[in-house]
Design a protein around this ligand. Sequence first.
Ligand SMILES: Cc1cc2nc3c(=O)[nH]c(=O)nc-3n(C[C@H](O)[C@H](O)[C@H](O)COP(=O)(O)OP(=O)(O)OC[C@H]3O[C@@H](n4cnc5c(N)ncnc54)[C@H](O)[C@@H]3O)c2cc1C
Length: 301
Amino acid sequence: MSLFDSLVVATIPFVPRPFIRHFADPYIAGEELADAVRVVKLLNREGAKATVDVLGEAVTNLDEAARAADSYLPVLDAIERERLDANISIKPTQLGLALDYDACRENFLRVIERVRMYDSFLRIDMEDSPYTTLTLDLVQDLRREYGKIGAVLQAYMRRSMSDLRERIIPDKINLRLCKGIYIEPSEIAFRDFDVVRRNYVRLLRIALEAGVYVGIATHDELLVWEAFTLIDELGLDREQYEFQMLLGVRPDLRRQIISEGHRMRVYVPFGEDWYAYSARRLKENPKVAGYVLKDILGLRH
Ligand SMILES: Cc1cc2nc3c(=O)[nH]c(=O)nc-3n(C[C@H](O)[C@H](O)[C@H](O)COP(=O)(O)OP(=O)(O)OC[C@H]3O[C@@H](n4cnc5c(N)ncnc54)[C@H](O)[C@@H]3O)c2cc1C
């Protein structure tokens, strides 16, 4: 990251919320469930599946965590009612993982009851490193209650290879593989861009060779190309993996992948709690954040 980009990223917390909102618009469906339904319908028409996320993370008390769990129930109802090709993704701290494991588990079980009712699928997102072990525990624990629950591994984490071998492969857990978005210390995470890429490819190869269904979550064209190569080499059917992308990021690449006949799923966040998610997207893409800064400073024409 250049010095200017680092500076831009450092200023994000001081940027007025309306500016963040404006530039984050492409990354979120809107504030209401109806917005998510509309966007998922458009994606489905385009040939993409979706996974819906109700924005919010790291709640501060158990009432909030319970309310967050309840907010997924109408989403599941809408997916069923509107016959959307979509499932849901949930951040575990949103349902209270940072507060109380058992309460969080109970919250998930309430959501899972509805997921089961519709024979749907639930993905548990992976957050920052204090929660990695707990999140994988939770996935394994909940899968004893309902099988259609998937996990996420982050290629930047040094531990991901052993998590893949010890936790994911033995039970063939449906896996989303991503690079990882949080800032982690080098003792536990690779920091070099190319090492993360190489580790991604290595994890992907081992997972696919072991017969794990992988959600190949990336917008990095090199990784997409590596995935194509592996898919060919291993002679995989289209039903053995899918590509995954975030709403608003590289729609050109998304359409390209779909046009080549691969499954594609788009992560569709919606809700009132858009700030943290949007700020992370901007930090990831300082060029966009740079526009925000220039707008504020009146430098953009
Ligand atoms: C479906 C999905 C689910 C995810 N779930 C998780 C999760 O549970 N836990 C987690 O830690 N991370 C998650 N991530 C985020 C992921 O870890 C990466 O941080 C993110 O995908 C960027 O990495 P990349 O592989 O796309 O490569 P990058 O090299 O970061 O991006 C490749 C290219 O994509 C474009 N691009 C990337 N980001 C943006 C952006 N914000 N705006 C515009 N263009 C952009 C740029 O052109 C860039 O050159 C998820 C990502 C996806 C796609």
